[in-house]
Design a protein around this ligand. Structure first.
Ligand SMILES: [Zn+2]
Length: 115
């Protein structure tokens, strides 16, 4: 998965195109062929109607961010601030006691920063 929780992403299609936000959730698809969806803070907002819990309360509409397809968003590199093509590099694990000797890191293909 190229996009993780707390990443900053830019929406590249739809009504919020060009906006950026923080990833709150990554929803893995049940079907492995399908694309994952993400929930981005403050983006792709939809209204949800909330029914009153008791007679004194009024029903209300609240805004909440609706999941969007992961392919509609691009990861924004925290270093160069541009939408990044994600690459991977393998490095030796510095932690001697770890089982994994080689770990994969995400890197921005533009500025080569680890993200
Ligand atoms: Zn970068």
């Amino acid at each position: 998965m190229k996009i993780k929780i707390n990443d900053t992403v830019k929406i590249i299609t739809g009504k919020d195109r060009g906006k950026t936000g923080k990833v709150l959730h990554v929803i893995a698809p049940k079907n492995p062929q399908a694309k994952a969806r993400i929930v981005v803070e403050g983006l792709n907002l939809k209204y949800k109607h909330v029914r009153p819990k008791n007679e004194r309360e009024k029903g209300q509409r609240i805004m909440f961010p609706y999941p969007l397809n992961i392919s509609n968003a691009a990861l924004v590199c925290s270093k160069c601030g541009q939408t990044a093509k994600v690459g991977y590099q393998k490095i030796n694990n510095q932690n001697e006691t770890a089982k994994k000797k080689i770990i994969k890191q995400r890197i921005c293909k533009k500025c080569k920063a680890v993200i």
